[in-house]
Ligand binder design. Structure first.
Ligand SMILES: [Cu+2]
Length: 117
């Protein structure tokens, strides 16, 4: 009698033990998907378009005339710093680019860019 009771108890514990991690795992998976989806889309959605007006290698800056940006900046012409000074050699005055800026620097630094064809 006692032995049988223990078996049922163990079975119940074992079942509970398997059920809880299984649920937890499903939760983590769903959270992972929810977080991963916007993160994967963000980079391209965060790109604004600009026209290269001036390149100043001494100051390490590029002046861009840009349209309204995803970060909320209205259209304007302004000088940006660039994350990698070598990019100034890759940019050309009159070239259209798509670019992303660094929120940690009040969006005053170009974090990445790509030419628009
Ligand atoms: Cu601006």
């Amino acid at each position: 009698m006692t032995t049988r009771f223990h078996s049922v108890l163990l079975l119940a514990l074992a079942t509970a033990g398997f059920t809880v991690p299984a649920l937890a795992q499903t939760d983590h998976k769903m959270q992972g998907v929810a977080i991963a989806m916007p993160a994967a889309k963000a980079p391209d959605a965060a790109l604004g378009e600009g026209l290269v007006k001036k390149i100043d290698k001494t100051k390490g800056s590029v002046t861009l005339t840009h349209g309204a940006l995803p970060n909320g900046m209205p259209p304007m012409t302004m000088a940006y710093k660039v994350k990698d000074a070598a990019w100034l050699d890759q940019m050309k005055v009159g070239q259209k680019i798509r670019f992303a800026t660094d929120p940690a620097d009040d969006n005053m630094t170009v974090l990445r860019f790509e030419p628009v064809k």
